[in-house]
Design a protein around this ligand. Structure first.
Ligand SMILES: [Zn+2]
Ligand SMILES: [Zn+2]
Length: 331
């Protein structure tokens, strides 16, 4: 921390800012605008403090007084209502932005003491890279409007995924972030499809990967291949998936009412070290899901099981019919 820390701590205590009073910041700043102008700051910087600052200046360059006054001016131009968070040191600022579909987004800016000569670091939750163009005359307002433009360019992508999140049962991710391009959607008892949506072409056919027993998954693959010409970029992603696969995705409520089982038949859990049960018994009447690691341990313990390269053959612990485990990686 060094001198940097001393200056920042003192400045925030000067302003009476506590981390827990962030929401009061706008008022505090307006009523304390004078101290930021410079003269109180220089009277605060006593000889001892300046000496301390000088000694650590090589390690951490403290922001000059105009850093704060410039930043406050920047925030006032943008509007305090767009500020979600400011740390007491004024080095981290989080801004709010609402896209034209009323979705709320955040952008976190990490400012360095040379702001605005040097650009802030931007942290965003977007499925694509965000790099704001910057010159020394740029301000928070210009970053904010570039962020809004980036949000608009992803509108279709979020429309497509919001519809899926709302109308189907998304098994993974459990709480999708705005940058998440993947969804695993439940289709029926122990059957699901994994889709990977291209954020730049959200209504195009996504990469699809089916999970489930062969007798259910194979007909879906055949339908996808033979109906692919029906794909219409003018209609929604979900509608296209329904029409091409000739299925109706069940809602979470409907599936939970039936005896939809997702838990592993060996450890009785859904999540095991972050993994979900992705192996299914091939027998149509059984269809029991298992974790790859659990099934591997089970089959390895069976005297009757045999392995050929990365495939292990044995019996299902539930129905005793043959089950094959294709190892995806070393377990
Ligand atoms: Zn398990
Ligand atoms: Zn079985």
């Amino acid at each position: 921390m060094g001198g940097h820390g001393i200056l920042l701590f003192s400045l925030s205590s000067l302003l009476g800012i506590e981390a827990s009073t962030q929401r009061l910041l706008p008022g505090l700043i307006s009523s304390h605008r004078e101290p930021l102008g410079g003269h109180m700051l220089s009277s605060f910087c006593s000889k001892e403090n300046l000496f301390a600052l000088k000694n650590t200046a090589e390690l951490h360059v403290p922001p000059p007084p105009q850093y704060y006054s410039g930043l406050i001016k920047d925030i006032e131009t943008l509007g305090w209502n767009k500020v979600e968070f400011v740390d007491p040191a004024f080095s981290i600022i989080r801004l709010k932005a609402e896209d034209s579909c009323s979705r709320n987004h955040l952008i976190t800016l990490k400012l360095n003491p040379k702001y605005p000569t040097e650009p802030p670091e931007c942290l965003v939750d977007l499925p694509v890279q965000f790099s704001a163009s910057w010159n020394p005359e740029s301000s928070l307002l210009s970053i904010h409007s570039q962020f809004l433009a980036a949000l608009e360019s992803l509108k279709e992508f979020w429309n497509a995924l919001d519809e899926i999140d709302e109308k189907t049962w998304v098994l993974e991710p459990e709480k999708p972030t705005r940058s998440a391009t993947m969804r695993r959607i439940a289709i029926g008892n122990n059957v699901s499809v994994n889709i990977e949506v291209d954020p730049r072409h959200p209504t195009m056919l996504p990469e699809c990967y089916f999970l489930g027993a062969d007798h259910v998954v194979n007909p879906l693959k055949i339908k996808l291949n033979s109906n692919i010409h029906l794909w219409d970029p003018e209609i929604s992603l979900l509608q296209n998936l329904k029409e091409v696969l000739e299925i109706d995705f069940p809602s979470r409520e409907a599936l939970q009412k039936s005896d939809f089982s997702m838990d592993c038949g060996i450890c009785y859990a859904y999540r095991l070290d972050g993994a979900i049960p992705n192996q299914v018994c091939d027998d149509a009447r059984c269809g029991q899901p298992f974790h790859e690691a659990c099934l591997y341990e089970w089959l390895r313990g069976l005297p009757s099981s045999r392995q050929s390269f990365n495939v292990i053959f044995g019996e299902c612990p539930y129905c005793n019919k043959q089950i094959t485990l294709k190892l995806s990686k070393k377990v």
